[in-house]
Ligand binder design. Structure first.
Ligand code: SF4
Length: 336
């Protein structure tokens, strides 16, 4: 076994992963990545919550004021992404009911844009939809991803029973301006995370791989998310979109995604790590490997501007993975 992977096995005893060991693991050679994957699988089985799948609705698309370099929805980029204003609460409810009928029990309302800082307009539509879904399907967890919040809008989401709130940090905070956007800062997003924590909302925050970051940046992001007490970490892989500054970008190879995912699992053993956009195009036949590398969740049924895998295929994959000890009830209490 790779000597650094052997050292990292201390995580199985509940010890936090040392930052120096994490950086050494970033250089594990390809033929030894499966050692790292095997350790991540054991750590996930020991500490992490069971598999979670969620579906999303893109409730408002395009013409975003921000200039995130990877995003089809920015008004700064000439893409073919759909543009439409906020859909009605009824439309959101119908999408949630479809997801529910397919067995999904976590549903997220996503809107493109800087954020929602005033309790008016689109924000009130979101609250109406949250109330409608929760009253129709009480066992459906309803989440939201609306960008940057104010104290008032964070509190209102908490009062209406939001299960998780998604706001991705995307990359290491120190690289945000270079790699992601210069119309807002990583600190703006971190401030929203602190507000949500104050009101007891579980936080979903992750990143995107393949935007020019280094392994060091990815490790910095993982430690930042750990220190913020993030509960759910979605990991996206760049899908280069024509018209964006990253249209010629190269998504990381499957082995690199597996190495990164395993490192995240060792750094944040008790969080849910969800595979999100890009897992289909980049990972192709390696979907199961990613699950064994420490993931315990995914977004299913499609993303904001790209298609995803069928819910039924993902459900079958989870069932198969149980034979590897993956996806069962946590063996120890899991407090992220
Ligand atoms: S990622 Fe969000 S904030 Fe950034 S451009 Fe896209 S919709 Fe706007």
């Amino acid at each position: 076994m790779n000597e650094w992977v052997a050292r990292a096995a201390a995580v199985l005893k509940g010890e936090p992963l040392d930052a120096g060991v994490a950086r050494a693991l970033a250089d594990v050679p390809g033929e030894e990545v499966l050692d790292l994957v095997a350790l991540a699988n054991r750590v996930r089985n020991r500490f992490s919550p069971p598999f979670q799948a969620c579906s999303i609705i893109n409730a408002k698309s395009g013409l975003c004021s921000e200039n995130c370099r990877f995003c089809a929805q920015s008004a700064s980029h000439a893409t073919h992404a759909q543009i439409y204003p906020m859909v009605s609460a009824e439309t959101i409810l119908a999408a949630a009911e479809t997801a529910y009928s397919e067995g999904v029990r976590s549903f997220c309302i996503v809107t493109g844009g800087y954020g929602m800082t005033e309790p008016e307009g689109d924000f009130l539509t979101v609250l109406e939809a949250v109330d409608a879904i929760r009253s129709r399907q009480p066992d459906m967890g309803v989440s939201a991803s609306l960008g940057i919040l104010s104290d008032t809008t964070a509190r209102l989401l908490a009062e209406h029973g939001i299960e998780h709130y998604n706001i991705n940090l995307q990359t290491a905070p120190g690289r945000y301006r270079d790699l992601i956007a210069d119309t807002h800062t990583s600190d703006d997003r971190v401030a929203t995370i602190h507000l949500l924590k104050r009101y007891g909302v579980q936080v979903c925050s992750g990143g995107i791989l393949g935007v020019g970051e280094t392994m060091r940046d990815r490790i910095d992001l993982a430690f930042t998310l750990r220190d913020l007490g993030v509960d759910v970490i979605p990991l996206n892989v760049l899908v280069p979109i024509e018209g964006t500054p990253l249209e010629d970008g190269s998504p990381p190879a499957a082995v690199e995604v597996a190495r990164t995912l395993a490192l995240f699992r060792l750094i944040v053993p008790r969080a849910v790590i969800k595979l999100a956009a890009g897992r289909e195009t980049v990972m192709n036949d390696f979907q199961g490997l990613l699950m064994l590398a420490g993931a315990n969740g995914f977004i299913t049924g499609g993303y904001l501007t790209t298609r995803g895998r069928d819910v039924q295929r993902d459900t079958a994959l989870i069932a198969e993975l149980k034979a590897f000890g993956s996806g069962g009830a946590p063996r120890e209490p899991s407090t992220a």
